[in-house]
Unconditional design. Structure first.
Length: 358
């Protein structure tokens, strides 16, 4: 669970992640499509991130000594490329999936984050976290029960599931690599953001030239943008900075925990603002995923201590309380030091010796 110093970053990320799918849906036209270019939207978000990072760097008054080699600069291109693919993938996913199901499927990033923690970063998973991952898989499977009624819905559902799974894998991979970069060196946080977002701008300019060159020349960079599209750009920029702060000062577990909380808020906002009502399957799946998020962040060491106390009663030896395991270790140590000591003799033998003395 996040500490008091980490909570502001987690709460900010949770709020902004909740607003993201809602704002994208509000920016769509009557046919459920976006009139503006998703690549242009992402590019403008990257520009806004750099602008905000520069402003914060200047206003912070921190003295930054820039000592970067080419290899370190290139390393920041890896998460930038991953986020470039993933950010543009979200727009396509939301054309085939409602906001609440999108947030529900997004919890698969916990599975991939846990696996990558174990494989890449060599971080151990507790038994409770494995159970949480299993619960999460059950929750995401439950969310797909309702759409499996018509042939068209099934096709859209399977396509959305494939895209969402890919997005979760990319999100987990980018998050782990970014956390490694942010925490590996004690560089200034805003400078690290500037390096990463500079690569983001480069990749998005490449995407515009590759896919939207004709539309850019004929319609301009801001073609199709409305008020809600501008809000999407602003929200994405702030969300990117919040996630970077979570990775810098907390970890990826706090990031996916914020995603789990934002899922519940998205369902509530969908009911209030869009007039939608979630299906029973979606409500059940939401409850399962929420329980999985709590279970994943459960402190296993506390449960382990309580279980150990129940299974290992305390004994008094030389005026000190010791558990059964500690008592056996004391006896074993006495045997190693003194050889065949009285501690190693059978109980009935000691009883006979005491009877003879009497």
């Amino acid at each position: 669970m996040p500490t008091s110093s980490q909570s502001p970053y987690v709460l900010a990320g949770m709020t902004l992640m909740t607003l993201q799918p809602m704002l994208v849906l509000l920016s769509q036209n009557a046919e459920g499509k976006t009139d503006y270019s998703s690549i242009t939207c992402t590019l403008l978000s990257e520009v806004a991130k750099i602008a905000l990072s520069l402003c914060m760097l200047v206003t912070s008054g921190a003295k930054v000594s820039v000592k970067l080699d080419m290899r370190e600069v290139v390393e920041y291109s890896v998460p930038a490329f991953i986020y470039f693919i993933n950010n543009n993938l979200v727009f396509l996913i939301l054309t085939h999936m409602d906001a609440t199901t999108f947030q529900l499927m997004s919890q698969l990033k916990i599975v991939f984050t846990g696996l990558l923690f174990r494989i890449v970063l060599r971080r151990q998973l507790t038994f409770h976290q494995y159970i949480a991952i299993w619960m999460l898989a059950c929750g995401t499977a439950t969310s797909q029960i309702a759409p499996c009624r018509g042939e068209t819905d099934v096709a859209n559902s399977m396509w959305a599931v494939m895209l969402s799974t890919t997005s979760c894998l990319l999100s987990a991979l980018g998050g782990i690599y970014s956390e490694k970069l942010f925490k590996r060196k004690q560089d200034d946080f805003y400078l690290q953001n500037i390096l990463m977002y500079s690569w983001g701008i480069a990749f998005n300019i490449f995407g515009i030239l590759l896919y939207d060159t004709g539309a850019l020349l004929t319609e301009g960079l801001f073609a199709g943008f409305n008020f809600w599209a501008c809000m999407v750009v602003t929200n994405n920029a702030l969300n990117g900075l919040a996630i970077s702060a979570i990775l810098k000062y907390a970890d990826n577990i706090a990031r996916v925990y914020a995603h789990a909380a934002s899922m519940l808020l998205t369902m509530f906002l969908s009911i209030v603002l869009l007039g939608t009502f979630p299906s029973p399957q979606l409500v059940i799946a939401t409850a399962i995923v929420a329980a999985s998020a709590v279970q994943y962040n459960f402190k296993a060491e506390e449960s382990g201590e309580q279980t150990h106390r129940r299974l290992a009663p305390e004994h008094v030896l030389n005026g000190e309380k010791k558990s059964s395991l500690a008592l056996l270790q004391t006896v074993a140590t006495a045997y190693d030091v003194k050889g065949e000591s009285q501690a190693s003799r059978p109980h009935h033998f000691l009883h006979n010796e005491e009877a003879k003395k009497k």
